[in-house]
Ligand binder design. Structure first.
Ligand code: HEC
Ligand code: HEC
Length: 425
């Protein structure tokens, strides 16, 4: 039995007793209707009686009550901080539980079809990141045909080592315009009130990786990116995938051409052949894009491994370029989040670092924002810790509180490498 049910039972008992007494009195008055003389006409106790044992008894009661109050107050005072702390913890646990339900998708235990927002569909059930399909209008393609791409959604089990809880609250409330991340809070045009957004942040707090694990996850992301680009560690590699797709497309074309030759009057078969030719053009482009990207990654990896990447030089810049792709490009390079060289129809990303959600860093941007040698350590501070929203950074920067900070997820050497790369852009 909890304290709560105990109190409820005591209250019910008190009600029953009070109603019982009142009811009894009312009924007993009706049963004895004979008149009594009014109280002010009846004789009362004498002064001796009033000032004797009776007074002493009243005073003794008063003393007892004072003793109880005097003893209870310090106990209350001693217990109050613990009670407050327990209450806060209890509120947090309940908020996190509600947040878990909001976050869940069908495959999770916390799922509730009337409440869940299915964040897990895009960000992964463990919050380790995922992807979602998204319709874009290919930039600069001259065509207005919409194109469905696969947009990578970042890990949320490290998000609080990159952003403060307030910043995460802000992101969830307002979403990320131009990306699959919708606004969830009422101020951003979404469906949920402040409480729900706070509950989601409380839930995210419970799934955060330790700093060591967050760093390991970041290293693993880099390794996976390399393996996907060039193949290795159980990954086929983009080039092999693109070549397989091309082979399949060629087989399909051969089949459809045979059908079209057999039934020359069938319009459907002729159209299939046309579509197959387009597929092959895309698949050929995909092979080339995958090869180009693999070459680029191979070069970066061999330069990185050829020297000491913790000292200024080409090895450091190459390491920085690779780390930039896994940590920074999704905001600073347009088209990076859906870049997939194995899909010929998906446009290639804009030049690395040329700006998207975050500003354009090319053309010597960071050497102007953080000039000279002192600028390097200023730039380090900005990337590692940042400043609060509306505070100045660099020469003419003013923080909007939207840039994540990497002092926990990346080591000093890694950040130094990224900075060296950025300053070369
Ligand atoms: C339809 C897919 C989708 C759903 C559903 C979704 N997100 Fe996202 N979310 C994304 C994508 C994609 C991004 C990255 C956008 C970008 O490229 O800048 C993102 C970014 C974020 C970020 C910023 C992370 C960072 O490191 O930049 C947070 C926090 C976040 N989402 C929380 C949530 C929460 C909480 C929910 C559920 C209420 C949710 N998301 C539901 C797709 C989704
Ligand atoms: C979630 C998106 C996001 C990611 C990821 C991100 N940035 Fe940024 N970055 C921004 C935004 C937005 C700004 C603009 C400043 C602001 O709004 O506070 C910015 C500004 C900067 C600036 C200052 C540029 C200037 O001229 O003022 C630098 C340098 C920078 N980012 C480097 C990085 C590096 C290095 C990484 C990766 C380790 C990174 N950013 C990852 C969003 C991002």
């Amino acid at each position: 039995m909890t304290v709560r049910t105990g109190l409820i039972i005591i209250n019910i008992l008190a009600f029953v007793v009070i109603f019982g007494i009142v009811g009894y009195r009312v009924l007993s008055v009706r049963r004895n209707p004979e008149a009594k003389s009014p109280q002010n006409l009846r004789p009362f106790m004498t002064d001796e009686e009033l000032e004797g044992r009776k007074l002493e008894r009243v005073l003794l009661w008063a003393l007892w009550c004072s003793v109880i109050v005097a003893a209870a107050l310090p106990v209350y005072w001693l217990w109050e901080p613990t009670r407050e702390k327990d209450m806060v913890a209890q509120f947090d646990t309940q908020a996190a539980k509600r947040g878990a339900t909001l976050f869940a998708n069908e495959s999770m235990k916390a799922y509730d079809s009337t409440k869940s927002l299915r964040c897990a569909n895009c960000h992964g059930t463990d919050g380790s990141g995922g992807s979602t399909s998204y319709v874009i209008k290919p930039p600069d393609s001259g065509s207005n045909l919409p194109l469905t791409v696969t947009w990578r959604a970042p890990a949320l089990n490290t998000v609080l080592s990159r952003f403060s809880p307030d910043q995460v609250n802000q992101i969830i409330t307002y979403g990320r315009p131009g990306t699959p991340m919708p606004a969830w809070g009422v101020p951003g045009g979404g469906p949920k009130n402040e409480q729900s957004v706070a509950d989601l942040v409380a839930y995210l707090q419970t799934i955060q990786l330790s700093p060591a694990k967050a760093r390991a996850a970041d290293d693993q992301a880099l390794q996976e990116m390399i393996d996907t680009a060039v193949g290795g560690n159980g990954k086929k590699g983009n080039v092999a995938t693109a070549q397989e797709n091309l082979a399949t497309a060629q087989q399909t074309l051969a089949k459809d051409e045979a059908l079209a030759a057999k039934f020359p009057d069938n319009k459907g078969y002729q159209t299939n052949v046309q579509v197959d030719h387009e597929e092959i053009t895309n698949a050929q482009a995909a092979v080339k894009n995958s090869q180009d990207y693999a070459t680029q990654i191979n070069q970066l990896v061999s330069t990185w491994k050829s020297g000491d990447p913790t000292k200024a030089g080409p090895a450091q810049q190459a390491w920085g370029a690779l780390l930039f792709q896994t940590n920074c490009a999704r905001c600073h390079t347009k088209g990076w989040s859906y870049f997939d060289p194995t899909k010929g129809a998906v446009p290639l990303p804009a030049p690395q670092g040329s700006g998207a959600f975050g500003p354009n860093l090319t053309g010597g941007d960071t050497t102007r924002q953080f000039p000279g040698d002192p600028g390097i350590s200023q730039q380090y501070d900005w990337v590692a810790t940042g400043v609060d929203a509306n505070k100045q950074y660099g020469t003419r920067g003013i923080s909007s509180g939207r840039m994540p900070h990497f002092g926990t997820v990346l080591t000093k050497d890694q950040i130094d490498a990224i900075i060296a790369y950025e300053r070369s852009l």
